[in-house]
Write a protein that binds this ligand. Structure first.
Ligand code: GBH
Length: 472
């Protein structure tokens, strides 16, 4: 293995090394113990929605195997485990609390604590109760208030043991990819609805953050997927303008309201045909602009952006699944993503670890009130092969993770306050519209037998964690 700075770096004292999952992607027990449909269960039933035609019914059966999974976390030496609770399990049908469903998370949290692993909880990782979608989903402002009730129910059950509370995971994806591209649940292709979802999720975040704070939450934050928008030709004004638009929509549409209390002016102009400004009611931006203890950053790749049409034989850098018939880039649909000469993962995403350092420095520079940063997701899908000896020699994934950790270390040297890193993902799992064959795990899952095998990347990560502990 190549030598890595991250393996001998003096990581800050309380730096957290963790790994992440999401309820819908791992739990299974899709309609057991009182759980009802989430929008992803309903979406998966639509012809062609999921690449392999699979559903979330069993997934990797984490609901029944969480004890075994916590033992694996312990074997890896994780400081923290980032997971999400399923709204459709806790309040099925959006109506009454399902005590049995809540109990599951209580048992999971106890199991983590007994094993010395810090629970890092996310309330919304894309699985809205289908019943609420039928009342308009995130296009309905009411859903934001329903979210507060749900947050309160989970807090009342777990707040005595969970310190770290994240409202949303990547609201951008569940809005623009779910409501505009239609590639994610609920599978709508309505750009105006997508921006309504953006605003109502913002509002839901702010209202829930207020409420959780009142109830006593110590550590509150949100996780965004942030992507550098790099102009394909840095000296071409057309590419510069395209990159500005993608940065406004993809990054600043979230960062600015959360950290500055306003939507960017240029964004409002870019999307002026789509009704965002009209949705903002007096007081909304103050509500959204809540003090945060941390910002979670999910980072996978940069976007190489151009304002010119692509020659039809040129490959694109960002490859939406075949089911994407409509653009997630509301108001900037003309923008293109030419490929660069970079290695790619099995998702087709370009690998460019330096982008993470650039991104972290940019956040530090542009936002005066930036809270502590945690990398809440970073990782890669590769085609894994189980060897005759039963091992998974996923060298590329090890390099991907360590290369990105090197960049986090550099960012810390640059003066950026980064306090943790969570690999996506602990286990191979349901990769949304792509189904099960895109494997992101540092632990392999045999989907027939549900057997788990720690991949070499998991071992590499574990030895970095162990080495750091010895140094400290
Ligand atoms: C995360 O999202 C999710 O939080 C997690 O659940 C998921 O399993 C994991 O990453 C791996 O995918 O321009 O429409 O082609 C991924 C964030 C943002 C990465 C959008 C791909 C390009 C989409 N994604 N990006 S598009």
């Amino acid at each position: 293995m190549t030598h890595h700075l991250s393996q001998e770096f003096a990581w800050p004292k309380h730096f957290l090394f963790g790994s992440a999952t999401a309820a819908a992607q791992i739990e299974g027990a899709g309609h057991l113990y009182g759980k009802e449909d989430s929008i992803w269960d309903a979406f998966a039933r639509k012809e062609g929605a999921i690449a392999g035609g699979e559903d979330l019914e069993v997934a990797v059966d984490h609901y029944h195997r969480y004890r075994e999974d916590v033992q694996l976390m312990r074997e890896l030496g994780l400081d923290s485990y980032r997971f999400s609770t399923s709204w459709a399990r806790v309040i099925p049908g959006g109506r009454e609390v399902n005590a049995q469903g809540l109990d599951f998370y209580s048992r999971l949290v106890d199991e983590l604590l007994e094993n010395g692993i810090l629970p890092w909880l996310t309330l919304y990782h894309w699985d809205l109760p289908q019943a609420l979608e039928e009342q308009g989903g995130w296009t309905n402002r009411e859903t934001a208030y329903k979210f507060v009730e749900y947050a309160e129910v989970v807090y009342n059950k777990l707040g005595d043991r969970v310190q770290h509370w994240t409202t949303f995971n990547e609201p951008l994806c569940s809005s623009l990819i779910g409501y505009a591209a239609g590639e994610h649940a609920p599978g709508r292709q309505e750009p105006k609805s997508a921006l309504a979802a953006v605003h109502h999720q913002h509002l839901a975040h702010g209202l829930a953050a207020q409420r959780l704070r009142e109830l006593g939450a110590q550590e509150l934050g949100i996780t965004l997927n942030l992507t550098n928008a790099v102009p394909n030709d840095p000296s071409d004004p057309v590419d510069q303008e395209a990159a500005r638009r993608i940065d406004a929509l993809w990054n600043r549409m979230y960062l600015d309201p959360l950290l500055k209390g306003s939507y960017p002016e240029d964004l409002l102009e870019d999307v002026s045909d789509y009704g965002l400004a009209e949705l903002i009611q007096p007081g909304d931006l103050e509500t959204i602009h809540q003090p945060l203890n941390f910002l979670g950053v999910n980072h996978y790749h940069d976007d190489n952006v151009s304002g010119h049409p692509l020659p039809h034989d040129q490959p694109v850098a960002v490859v939406p699944t075949d089911s994407a018939k409509s653009s997630p880039f509301v108001g900037s649909e003309y923008v293109t993503f030419p490929a660069r000469d970079l290695p790619r993962t099995a998702m087709g995403w370009e690998v460019n670890p330096q982008g993470l350092r650039v991104l972290l420095n940019r956040l530090h520079r542009d936002y005066e009130t930036l809270p502590a940063l945690y990398i809440t997701e970073n990782g890669a899908a590769y085609t894994d092969v189980v060897s005759e000896e039963g091992s998974i020699e996923d060298h590329e994934r090890s390099e991907y993770v360590l290369d990105h950790l090197d960049e986090v270390a550099h960012a810390i040297e640059d003066g950026v306050d980064v306090r943790g890193y969570f690999v996506w993902s602990l286990l191979d799992n349901f990769e949304w519209a792509w189904g099960y064959n895109k494997r992101f795990g540092i632990i392999y899952v045999d989907y027939q037998t549900q057997e788990r095998i720690i991949k070499n990347s998991g071992r590499a990560y574990a030895s970095l964690i162990a080495a750091n502990r010895t140094m400290a």
